[in-house]
Design a protein around this ligand. Sequence first.
Ligand SMILES: NC(=O)c1ccc[n+]([C@@H]2O[C@H](COP(=O)([O-])OP(=O)(O)OC[C@H]3O[C@@H](n4cnc5c(N)ncnc54)[C@H](OP(=O)(O)O)[C@@H]3O)[C@@H](O)[C@H]2O)c1
Length: 344
Amino acid sequence: MAIPATECIPLKIRGLFRFCYRTKLQKTWNIADRREFSCSAAKSYAARVVSGTAIARQIHKEIQASVEQLVGQGNRRPHLAVILVGDDPASRVYVRNKTRAASLLGISSSALLRPAGVTQAELLDLIDQMNRDWRVSGLLVQLPLPGHINERAVCNAIAPEKDVDGFHIVNIGKLVLDQRTMVPATPAAVWEIIQRTGIETVGKNVLVVGRSKNVGMPIAMLLHSDRNHERPGGDATVTIAHRCTPREQLTHHCRLADIVIAAAGVPQLITADMVKEGAVVIDVGINRIQESGSGRIRLVGDVDFEGVRQKAGFITPVPGGVGPVTIAMVMKNTVTAARNALAH
Ligand SMILES: NC(=O)c1ccc[n+]([C@@H]2O[C@H](COP(=O)([O-])OP(=O)(O)OC[C@H]3O[C@@H](n4cnc5c(N)ncnc54)[C@H](OP(=O)(O)O)[C@@H]3O)[C@@H](O)[C@H]2O)c1
């Protein structure tokens, strides 16, 4: 039951009862917190806002330890090479965030910038050089690419063992066959958020909204597959929605879902009336919207955060949810690539 914003709610925290106003609770919880709201007439759960930033911090510590262990054993630091074509502002930010994260974690990195007019042959040649450069542990080409370049050809040109984005056809094939592989960073981030928050997936109904080959499809693969296979899956019953799913069908499947993963790139697609009470809502979407009054650009997800948080059990915010964990997973894949190279 929704509780009016001004109502005084008894709040039970670690066995202690305190009184506090709901408005004061509108903040991002640390992932370690578990807070239960109760009132005399009925019981209601405000969503725990899962901080991707806190989860990313946890993963960073593990990566740092792993890098220092590698270096301590006399190996070179893992090296991430990032190729950026053109000057799309969002892509530039993503590349900067990745190289910054790398340096924070003791991973060396290089950003290779090419103009938007670079030919496909020139780009493939650069990738070939990076593939053969033994100093490069992990390689990625920031997507999207200009229209004259075939993205699939580019993804398939990266050596599978250096493919930290996990987009090479061999890595995708292995993922689909539940084999151990480089899992694409955003699906891997969704998986980490679920695991590290202790969310049960076995036998649960999951709705993945979006079926793109880099995001929606691999998320569905991870969650529906068998937990006893080489690459353990979530053993959930997964439904995938896409742009041809009629709105009423989307609502229907959403209401049945214990876990909703929104990855459509459509602001406000998932609203409170569509979500089952207590459901887990993971918002992958990143949309830039212009505020009507100020004209300011703001980042929002695919979920009506303020509405859905009143009803869901867990929710990830945008920004500060899947995004930081995605970057952490690129770094983790880079260290995995460096370790794999040592083993061969
Ligand atoms: N947080 C992160 O780190 C991170 C990383 C990557 C992407 N993202 C964000 O995640 C979102 C999805 O990324 P993407 O690369 O998968 O985008 P995409 O390639 O454009 O795919 C969007 C998917 O959503 C589906 N879709 C579109 N409108 C829909 C609707 N009304 N109802 C249901 N499904 C609908 C599309 O269906 P069709 O297949 O039928 O077209 C498509 O499968 C974007 O907002 C992107 O910015 C975030």
